[in-house]
Design a protein around this ligand. Structure first.
Ligand SMILES: Nc1ncnc2c1ncn2[C@@H]1O[C@H](COP(=O)(O)OP(=O)(O)OP(=O)(O)O)[C@@H](O)[C@H]1O
Ligand SMILES: [Mg+2]
Length: 268
């Protein structure tokens, strides 16, 4: 699976630091209702899966410009499947994906030309190529990418396969962000990474969302960390969204998470 690159679409000039104001009330959404008028990407009642297996059922989810949406759930809940369905990498049994409010059946490659980027769980970097050459492949510009993670500057000549896990994630994220996407979907940012680097990656995504209006959807196991930057969240259990909330709804998420683990939830 590859994270597909797209041409830049905006000339956003806002500078991006990693100084994220956690829980910034000024960007806290007031409701979780769906509104395709302001959505970049929307899943509407999507049922999808693998062969006969319906791994997700009736999933509704909207990502909006300038917002970070987090998708939580236990292993096997359907998080990755939701992302794959959102970028048309899996066939749908029913429901629709809407891009800019219109039904979209295009390939991910075609979607990427309209500003939708997907960074999968194991990001595809070409290990034999240098960091610089990997960034060039993204067509977003090396300087733009390094601006997101200045740590990469010193690593530009190193074969990407020799980077640490965290550095590889920085490479994948910066390459995607440098294309100036309108929507960015990221699966399991934190897999195997130390808490400090996870915070750094999340802060960069949050800053990109705020400064450049990127609609971000993250799948994250480390719910507390992700909640620190998320404007909205959804909890998946057994392929369905069982609870949703906005920034600050920590207690609601914890209660719903616990209920989903013990099986005492009803599908929303
Ligand atoms: N390629 C596949 N073929 C068949 N079944 C699959 C495939 N990929 C996932 N599944 C099944 O679909 C369901 C949802 O899987 P999915 O990968 O979406 O879960 P997840 O929430 O991302 O889990 P994790 O946190 O472990 O990554 C699981 O029951 C899983 O076993
Ligand atoms: Mg997964």
């Amino acid at each position: 699976m590859a994270d597909i690159v797209a041409e830049g679409e905006t000339d956003g000039t806002a500078s991006l630091g990693s100084d994220v104001s956690r829980g910034d009330a000024s960007r806290t959404p007031q409701s979780t209702s769906s509104d395709s008028a302001e959505s970049v990407l929307e899943l509407r009642e999507v049922t999808s899966g693998y062969g006969d297996l319906e791994a997700i059922r009736g999933v509704c989810l909207t990502i909006r410009p300038g917002e970070v949406t987090a998708l939580f759930g236990a292993n096997g809940a359907g998080k990755t499947t939701t992302l794959l369905a959102a970028v048309n990498m899996l066939p749908r049994k029913s429901g629709e994906v809407l891009l800019d409010g219109r039904p979209c059946r295009s390939s991910l490659h075609a979607m990427s030309r309209r500003g939708v980027m997907f960074v999968p769980c194991a990001p595809s970097i070409i290990k034999k190529l240098s960091v610089r050459d990997n960034l060039k492949l993204g067509r977003g510009g090396v300087d733009d990418a390094v601006a997101y993670f200045p740590e990469l500057e010193a690593l530009l000549r190193r074969p990407a396969g020799l980077l640490s896990g965290g550095e590889q994630q920085m490479l994948a994220l910066s390459r995607a962000l440098a294309t100036r996407p309108r929507a960015l979907l990221v699966d399991e940012l934190s897999l195997g990474l130390a808490p400090l680097i996870v915070d750094r990656l999340l802060a960069t995504l949050s800053a990109a969302s705020r400064a450049r209006g990127v609609a971000v959807l993250i799948v994250e196991q480390q719910a507390r960390r992700a909640l620190g930057v998320a404007d909205r969240w959804h909890l998946l259990a057994n392929g369905s969204i069982v609870e949703s909330g906005v920034a600050g709804d920590h207690a609601a998420l914890e209660a719903a998470y616990l209920a989903s683990m013990t099986g005492s939830v009803t599908t929303k």
